[in-house]
Design a protein around this ligand. Structure first.
Ligand code: BEZ
Length: 211
């Protein structure tokens, strides 16, 4: 059974490049991103791990801890990280789980046998401070992920967790947002003092409330 939005992200103990980690304890009260890779010493994965290392300050700013998984042993991970640092001009600054027996990969449904019976695919899980899964994405092995999109979704999740709004298509931090349909018109002026635009009864826009 695959993980669904709202499920508790399964806890686990993992051997990682930063030592043994108990997942829930390590997350603490932070948000989390767990993302998987098909294998070590592969080209697309090498660029992805480098890209995430370069975005570390953006994840920190949002109180998000990042962890990667590749179903290879720890000694391979350590050698591969040397290559990533060298070729991507960065330093991998987050833990990479060694999962040679696919224990965590299977727990999270990261193996898709109809895509490939051998590899973990490119899964992403965003986990909230309540340890619940807020987003899942699955990419095929041949397509590297867009981690700016992961940050954009985190911005939306963190905003909508605190305000009665939703974010429209292609929204980016700073742009107008949608007032939640559950808010009656009569309550809108008090709840959204920056103003609003009632385009249709069901489509009401307001400036991003937390700026
Ligand atoms: C890669 O990371 O480059 C890759 C891994 C598995 C299959 C195809 C590409």
């Amino acid at each position: 059974m695959s993980l669904r939005l709202g499920d508790v992200a399964p806890d686990f103990v993992a051997e990682t490049t930063e030592g043994t980690i108990k997942f829930h304890e390590w997350l603490g009260s932070s948000w989390g991103v767990l993302f998987s890779h098909p294998a070590d010493f592969t080209p697309v994965c090498t660029t992805e791990l480098g890209a995430v290392a370069k975005l570390r300050s953006e994840f920190d700013k949002r109180n998000v801890k990042v962890m990667a998984l590749s179903a290879d042993p720890l000694d391979a991970h350590k050698k591969w990280i040397g290559d990533i640092n060298e070729t991507q001009g960065t330093t991998v600054n987050y833990p990479l789980i060694a999962d040679p027996e696919f224990k965590i990969a299977n727990l999270y449904g990261m193996v898709h046998p109809n895509a490939t019976d051998k590899f973990t695919v490119r899964s992403v899980f965003i986990i909230g401070p309540d340890k619940k899964v807020k987003l899942t994405i699955t990419y095929p092995a041949s397509t590297g992920r867009n981690f700016d999109e992961i940050l954009r979704v985190i911005d939306s999740l963190q905003l909508t967790a605190n305000y009665s709004v939703a974010t429209p298509a292609n929204w980016k931090h700073g742009e107008d947002v949608v007032i939640a349909p559950s808010i009656p018109d009569a309550d809108v002026p008090a709840k959204f003092p920056k103003g609003h635009n009632r385009i249709k009864p069901y489509l009401r826009m307001t400036p991003q409330p937390n700026l």
